[in-house]
Write a protein that binds this ligand. Sequence first.
Ligand code: ADP
Length: 201
Amino acid sequence: MAENIVWHDHKITRAERSVNKNQKPCLLWFTGLSGSGKSTIANALDVALHKRGYHTFLLDGDNVRHGLCEDLGFSDEDRVENIRRIGEVSKLFADAGLIVLSAFISPFTSDRRLVRKLFPAGEFIEVFMDTPLATCEERDPKGLYHKARAGEIKHFTGIDSPYEAPSHPEVSLDTSSMSVDDCIEALITYLLQRELITRKD
Ligand code: ADP
């Protein structure tokens, strides 16, 4: 860290910001293979929460790589830095009082653990998209598996780069057997049980 940098305490606290928004901030961290359904489910949950009146923000892999992380590639080192930056940005949005949804492959346990550590207990919700590789590869929504198998993309997670599955995720979703609605129901149930949201109907 650079020298002579001093942390300024804000006059408005994290808690005060969330009281004004009448909600509890948290981070739902979607991790899983490409094509496992991270973006689809995170977007659908974003819509469901937004409709219920919650203030949310969605951070998504490809979009972040167009801006904040445009200088990073897919080497192990760059993937670590990518997740570190996204973790810090997610924390800032949560400090602003938002429910944050972040959808990134995030293949390494150690990186996800670092992000978890940025959050108070109970506010980091690891959502493991436990969809089998075969299903992801069959879907191949962006044609990336095809390219990776042909050797046109190197370091592709699940093919020639490892994915370390979470050992104790807060929520596991297998979209080969669960519909989008099933997944949203499971997530809303979890958020209600943990009193991160309240029933508004
Ligand atoms: P990721 O963000 O993990 O790369 P995407 O959400 O971009 O995954 O892609 C998942 C693909 O699988 C989409 O084309 C989506 O329409 C399809 N799909 C089929 N069934 C489901 C399901 N039950 N849940 C989520 N996605 C599904």
